[in-house]
Design a protein around this ligand. Structure first.
Ligand code: XMP
Length: 525
């Protein structure tokens, strides 16, 4: 295991991902967690991440007392990156000061001493790296040597070979350090002697074993399937472990896309052989949403209805099975849990009592379900990888995200007004199908249509019309936190607009959303 201690850098998750991409299992926990959390994980290598702090400020985060002695006496390799290097230098008795010149951005560094971390590079060889620091190491602790310096003379890489401590002032994990991945590879394999062998197949086997050890032979488990990648992969994995003691529910809330219920159910039953109960609750949801125009109010109403249906499903199962379902499967991913320290022990505990504010949206406390979160150590692309091994159909794995409140946040204003939902469904279907036909679906993070409760004047078939306006939104993004609007070819837009106006009754104007996030959000409500 390679353990990353997080000191708040925006790149910390990236270090974890880069190392996993080298087939080495890595975990990230808070840099300030107790020593016992670190030692119980028994890492071979610990990486101290960068961070926005200065080691001189009063509230600067630091690793637990005893960490350095523990690492040294157990032969654990330690690599400090940026703030991590400065922290190591300061805690070991060296000196960190505000640099005469701050270093931000792309920069050359020159090797001053042969070191395994730079592979075959010789003294005088240069590397382009990405720097982002104000402080610098001014005096190194005893035993440390400078391995590379920046073109401005600042310390860029250090080592204390005897004690197995290393440091890089720059960020090898970002793509702007073109040889950064190589540096991490040399460090892990040549310097630390780590074995590459972490495979998604092993993750699957391990997770199945954990589920089997957690769920007793007469226990039943429920799972709410949304039709999205995460819940589908989580359910498929749990089903592989415990078979038909898993009971899935898919809720048609009347806010789904064109033929979504049929398409999703077909995939679950035909391709995945998952036992799914489909609950048609569209009337229930839509009647509660009638007349509601406030976006937050819509979300709250939808969340509450989901809980009611879910509760009823659990209750029905209890009647049928004579026993309450004991567990709930959730498709929680690693980025959702990465902020907090894992519980002392392993960080691999798979069940704990549900909290009302959990991402299911506040399940009733008296349900007392325990959580099974088999994806909670994985990133999104790793979940897709696991899905492939579990034979989840590829188009399913590549589906664009769809929000929990569904089309309610894509029909502005009252969703029950006229045939707004029908219109947005048809427009969306034409738009998405055209995107697929153009072969650009996988280059887009998310694309969809939005219904605007606005009418404008048009002319169709020599007749004046007064019909609705729709807008098309397509964005590229890494994680949905920020996004840029996708730049379509003009010919594509012309064709789509024509198709929409020719085929969707009630629409005479198509607009395109050309706003990034920020300042907009991806969804319109
Ligand atoms: P925004 O609109 O906040 O969306 O830029 C970012 C990403 O999150 C999705 N989204 C949601 N997903 N429940 C969800 O499961 C929600 O309430 C919700 N709201 C937004 C959105 O589709 C985008 O991918």
């Amino acid at each position: 295991l390679v353990l990353i201690l997080d000191f708040g850098s925006q790149y910390t998750h990236l270090i974890t991902r880069r190392i996993r991409a080298l087939s080495v299992f890595s975990l990230c926990i808070s840099g300030t967690c107790p020593l016992s959390s670190i030692t119980s994980l028994n890492p071979k290598v610990v990486i101290l991440s960068g961070g926005p702090h200065s080691v001189h400020s009063n509230d600067s985060p630091s690793f637990a007392d005893g960490f350095v002695d523990w690492a040294q006496s157990n032969g654990v390799f330690v690599l400090g990156i940026c703030y991590g290097l400065q922290l190591l230098v300061q805690r070991l008795g060296g000196e960190v000061r505000v640099g005469e010149k701050q270093e931000y951005g792309r920069m050359d560094i020159a090797v001053e001493k042969n070191c395994g971390i730079f592979g075959g590079k010789k003294v005088g060889d240069k590397l382009v790296v990405w720097m982002s620091h104000g402080d610098e190491a001014a005096r190194l602790p005893d035993g440390f040597e400078v391995v590379a310096r920046s073109q401005q003379g600042a310390v860029a890489a250090v080592e204390d070979r005897d004690r197995k401590f290393y440091g890089l002032q720059y960020h090898p994990e970002v793509t702007h350090s073109p040889e950064g991945m190589e540096t991490l590879r040399y460090f892990l394999f040549d310097v630390c002697g780590v074995n590459a062998g972490w495979k998604m197949e092993d993750v699957m086997d391990e997770e199945i074993e954990v589920i089997n050890n957690t769920v007793a032979p007469d226990d039943h488990v429920i799972c709410a399937l949304s039709g999205g990648v995460d819940s589908t992969v989580a359910a498929t994995l749990v089903h592989k472990a415990i078979g038909d003691r898993l009971h899935c529910v898919f809720v048609d809330n009347g806010l789904l896309r064109y033929k979504e219920r049929e398409r999703v159910m077909e995939t679950f039953e035909r391709d995945l052989h998952l036992p799914v109960t489909c609950v048609d609750a569209s009337e229930q949801f839509l009647s509660k949403l009638k007349g509601v125009v406030d976006p937050e109010m819509k979300r709250k109403i939808i969340g509450k209805e989901f809980i009611c249906i879910f509760d009823a499903f659990a209750h029905e199962l209890e009647q049928k099975l004579g026993k309450k379902p004991a567990f709930l499967v959730q498709g929680t991913l690693y980025p959702d849990v990465i902020e907090s320290c894992p519980p002392p022990g392993s960080g691999r505990t798979h069940s704990h009592t549900i909290k009302s504010h959990h991402n299911v949206g506040g399940l009733p406390k008296d349900m007392k379900l325990k959580l099974i979160e088999p994806l909670k150590l994985l990133f999104k692309d790793e979940v897709r990888q696991l899905g492939r091994i579990l034979k989840v159909p590829e188009p399913f794995l590549k589906r664009h995200p769809f929000p929990g409140p569904g089309l309610a946040v894509r029909v502005l204003g009252d969703v029950t007004e006229g045939n707004a939902l029908d219109i947005v469904r048809q427009v969306d279907e034409i738009f998405i199908q055209s995107i697929k036909d153009a072969g650009i679906y996988d280059s887009i993070w998310q694309a969809f249509a939005v219904f605007l409760p606005v009418k404008s004047v048009g002319v169709q078939g020599d007749q004046r019309t007064h019909s609705y306006v729709v807008t098309l939104r397509a964005v590229t993004s890494q994680d949905g936190m920020t996004a840029d609007w996708y730049c379509f070819e003009n010919s594509f837009l012309k064709e789509v607009s024509q198709k929409i106006c020719n085929n969707v009754r009630g629409v005479n104007r198509v607009t395109l959303d050309i706003t990034s996030k920020p300042p907009s959000t991806i969804e319109w409500e």
